[in-house]
Design a protein around this ligand. Structure first.
Ligand code: AMP
Ligand code: ZN
Length: 132
């Protein structure tokens, strides 16, 4: 869809830190991460929200999220995850996306807010995920 930032990512018109791709979906790091490795999984086709998204694509995205979580667990040494879907006034980008947020046992969320300011370069996290 024209003027959709996530469609532009799918088409390669704007860059992303891609960590996974298949025929139906792709996953890339969130540009403003809440935790290290915060990833978004999106359908390649434009569906505005959870209500528009076909059931089989949703199921596929959830299966991909489970594989991705295993991968992130090995590479980033996280201890858990939060999966999140925003809708309506909570949804900033109107192209469906599933947030996958790795969590780390000894770090509370507030530390990540501080950490975010200190996070020099999310490229570093991307490098770990892609190369480990
Ligand atoms: P929401 O629509 O509220 O669920 O969240 C949209 C998410 O997309 C936010 O966490 C943003 O940081 C993220 N985001 C916006 N633009 C980009 C981009 N170009 N690349 C990666 N993540 C993005
Ligand atoms: Zn779109």
């Amino acid at each position: 869809m024209k003027d959709c930032i996530f469609c532009k990512i799918v088409n390669g018109e704007i860059p992303s830190m891609k960590v996974y791709e298949d025929d139906l979906c792709m996953a890339y790091l969130d540009i403003n991460p809440d935790t290290d490795g915060h990833t978004l999984i999106i359908p390649k086709e434009h569906y505005e929200d959870i209500y528009e998204l076909p059931k089989d694509v949703l199921e596929h995205i959830f299966n991909v999220s489970k594989n991705l979580m295993n991968d992130l667990k090995n590479k980033l040494k996280c201890s858990g995850y939060t999966l999140m879907i925003n809708y309506g006034s909570s949804q900033e980008v109107k192209h469906f996306h599933l947030h996958v947020k790795p969590q780390y046992k000894d770090k509370k969320f507030v530390e990540f807010i501080k950490h975010k300011e200190l996070l020099k370069d999310i490229n570093e996290v991307h490098k770990i995920i892609k190369e480990a």
